[in-house]
Design a protein around this ligand. Structure first.
Ligand SMILES: Cc1cc2nc3c(=O)[nH]c(=O)nc-3n(C[C@H](O)[C@H](O)[C@H](O)COP(=O)(O)O)c2cc1C
Length: 298
């Protein structure tokens, strides 16, 4: 879904008049006519679900209390999910973790000076710096695999060490790596090229509602959630943990960025449909959950 479609649906379902929809959604008369003709089902669905949406936050918290817990798939002996999703593509190696020179900024200083930084210099990130950011946020320092359980252990905590969050990188300025969308493999510590089409950068920018830091960043971390990895163990309560897990990753990106004279800004304002579409995700078994832009300080 692009911004125009979103704009049409947004204003239409709020009862705006024809002329105001054109103006606010920045669409032409032809586009309006097209949406009128083709989006009736979507409009109906939004109208039907609106009353449910009104209270979904409170219901979510109430209905994921332990009192509603049933036996989890893990307890029932359902086949365990893999710790990492298999993805194929051209592999790009990164400087190995063991070879990195760790920055010497004291932790207290990184915490103290952390800010959301939305402006960046044009300087490219070095591969060592990218490796360091990934070490802090996503790298798996240990991997255990048996028939009954598969786990990774990382520098961020995760409920049951399920680590349901996967990392994609929208690389724009990293020395020696061509721009494009990559998947980060946390066990192999390498990148897998996912999409290097010309439009991908623009799609991600639009999906983040044209927030400027996305296009100025050296790299955007796009975190996705694979809920079943956690739901397998915790049932519906597992959905709570996805967001908590993503938050830890975000904070480590922030602190690690400060340590290399860079800055980060977390992004929760994005169009789910547009971002999932850009990454080719179905929005149910895997969906974009959190984004962080990162770049060198101006
Ligand atoms: C969950 C979450 C979502 C956020 N989404 C956005 C966003 O979409 N755009 C943005 O500019 N900042 C976003 N931020 C950054 C906050 O605006 C920022 O953390 C807040 O204003 C406090 O400023 P500070 O981080 O510099 O202390 C987000 C932060 C969090 C934690």
């Amino acid at each position: 879904m692009d911004m125009k479609t979103f704009g049409y649906l947004y204003y239409k379902t709020r009862g705006y008049a024809h002329d105001d929809i054109l103006k606010n959604a920045e669409i032409t008369e032809e586009e309006y006519e097209f949406f009128e003709k083709n989006l009736q089902d979507v409009l109906k669905e939004i109208e039907t679900l609106r009353p449910v949406a009104e209270n979904i936050g409170q219901d979510f918290v109430r209905l994921t209390r332990y009192i509603y817990e049933r036996e989890s798939d893990q307890t029932l002996g359902v086949q365990r999910p893999d710790a990492v999703k298999a993805r194929v593509g051209e592999i790009v190696s990164l400087p190995a973790i063991g070879t990195l020179t760790m920055p010497d900024m004291p932790l207290a200083k990184a915490i103290e000076q952390r800010r959301s930084r939305r402006e960046y210099s044009q300087e490219a990130l070095k591969q060592e710096e990218l490796s360091f950011l990934l070490w802090a946020s996503s790298w798996a320092r240990d991997f255990r695999s048996t028939e009954r359980m598969e786990l990774t252990f990382r520098n961020v905590p995760s409920a049951g060490s399920r680590h349901p969050i996967e990392t994609f990188l929208d690389i724009r300025r990293v020395e020696g790596i061509k721009p494009g969308l990559y998947y980060y493999h946390p066990i192999k510590h390498c990148l897998i090229l996912y999409d290097n089409s010309e439009q991908i950068a623009a799609k991600i920018h639009e999906g983040c509602m044209f927030q400027e830091m996305i296009s100025n960043a050296a790299v955007n971390f796009i975190l996705t959630a694979v809920p079943y990895r956690t739901v397998w163990r915790y049932g519906q309560r597992g959905y709570r943990y996805l967001y908590l897990d993503a938050g830890h990753i975000g904070q480590n990106i922030h602190l690690a960025a400060e340590a290399i004279d860079a800055g980060a800004c977390m992004i929760g304002a994005f169009l789910d449909e547009a971002m999932n579409e850009a990454l080719g995700l179905d929005g149910i078994e895997e969906f974009v959950i959190y984004i962080s832009s990162v770049g060198k300080k101006p």
